[in-house]
Ligand binder design. Structure first.
Ligand code: NDP
Length: 337
């Protein structure tokens, strides 16, 4: 039986206003637009999953950053995975599973620019947006290229149950390190230790982060992967060993404009720390290497991950709002089929 042709209409979500503080549902608008006819060399993708990521909050602002703002009244940006349904392209033939950036919409049309055929079909499609995708590569880069851990050292990661953090700790364990997570709540911490195999996890919401972190890192901290900022980074700084390395990946605690001050920045000097920020999309040359390893580990069931999936494009705004409040538990996805 031949593959179905795409329908005439495409459901999309646009950004129509910029948040003042926290993201609100009315920053978005759902529309239906006609799908353009396929041009020569183009193909049509039915998106199966949309990735929701903390970086989206930054793009919703109009300020200066490492990337251009999301334009108003255009389809909200986002990573997607899906399947080619119709094609006038020689390589992206119907049935090809693809990783793309089609954004918050059910259908994507492309000439292949920026679209990748799934490199390893044994990996579940959705994982190309998580542990085998951008978040996994982020973990791999910050850990290996900035922290560069050695066996026997202690590595700490914040937002430890999330898409990035969960991979950081598992890779640190594979490097022979003591892996310690910081996460919000007993359930997330239990998962980090029992399922992901970290040595310990500190629940920062329990109210004694500093003492609990000290108890979980009796030999101090050699490498830290920071995803949160604010009081979490402060607590870690005071436990860092001399010549420790900090990969500054994200500061989600401040994404809605909250201040994330450091109370003791002098520790960076007195402990001779190396602190380096990075943006994973500026290291595209290293992605194939990282993705090959991550995909192999997933296939061998040696890299665990968890997903929070909401059904339907119409639920994407609420799911992003939840993610930015820490309500997700693992990689946040929207299922579009
Ligand atoms: P997660 O799946 O980890 O989800 C975000 C998590 O952040 C929440 O579940 C929550 O977990 C935690 N969190 C801690 N403090 C807060 C707070 N004040 N408000 C909201 N959430 C909080 O997301 P990702 O793994 O996709 O991303 C993790 C970090 O990595 C983010 O900071 C992101 O911006 C960054 N990043 C950076 C990249 C780069 O190139 N530099 C690339 C990709 C991601 P908990 O309940 O445990 O607190």
């Amino acid at each position: 039986m031949s593959k179905p042709l795409s329908p005439l209409m495409n459901r999309q979500v646009l950004l129509v206003s910029r948040p003042q503080g926290a993201v609100a549902p009315d920053n978005f608008k759902q529309v239906e637009t006609p799908l353009p006819p396929l041009g020569e060399g183009q193909f049509r993708v039915r998106n199966h999953f949309l990735s929701l990521d903390p970086y989206m909050r930054g793009r919703m602002n109009d300020g200066k950053s490492y990337a251009a703002p999301q334009p108003l009244n255009e389809v909200m940006i986002g990573g997607t995975v899906g399947e080619v349904v119709e094609s006038r392209h020689p390589r992206f033939t119907p049935g090809t599973q693809v990783i793309g950036h089609f954004g918050w919409q059910e259908w994507g049309t492309s000439d292949g620019t920026g679209v990748q055929a799934v490199p390893n079909p044994q990996v579940p499609l959705s994982a190309w947006l998580g542990a085998a995708g951008m978040p996994g590569v982020t973990a791999w880069y910050g850990l290996n290229r900035i922290i560069a851990p050695q066996s026997g050292q202690t590595v700490v990661v914040s937002a430890a149950s999330g898409a990035v953090g969960s991979v950081v700790g598992q890779l640190a364990k594979r490097a022979g390190c003591r892996a310690v997570g910081i996460a919000g709540g007993a359930e997330k911490c239990r998962y980090v230790v029992e399922t992901l195999g970290f040595d310990a996890c500190v629940d920062y919401k329990a109210g004694h982060l500093q003492q609990d972190l000290k108890a979980a890192t009796p030999e101090g901290i050699d490498g830290h992967f920071e995803n949160v900022g604010g009081e979490v980074l402060d607590a870690v700084l005071s436990q860092m060993n001399a010549f420790g390395r900090i990969a500054l990946c994200g500061m989600i605690a401040g994404y809605d404009g909250q201040p994330v001050p450091l109370r003791q920045p002098a520790l960076i000097l007195t402990q001779r720390l190396k602190l380096e920020g990075f943006i994973v999309t500026e290291h595209l040359d290293l992605w194939p290497q990282a993705q090959t390893l991550l995909a192999e580990l997933i296939v061998q069931k040696q890299l665990h991950y968890r997903e929070s999936v909401v059904q339907g494009l119409e639920n994407a705004p609420e799911a992003l709002i939840g993610l930015l409040k820490g309500q997700n538990f693992g990689k946040q996805l929207v299922r579009l089929i």
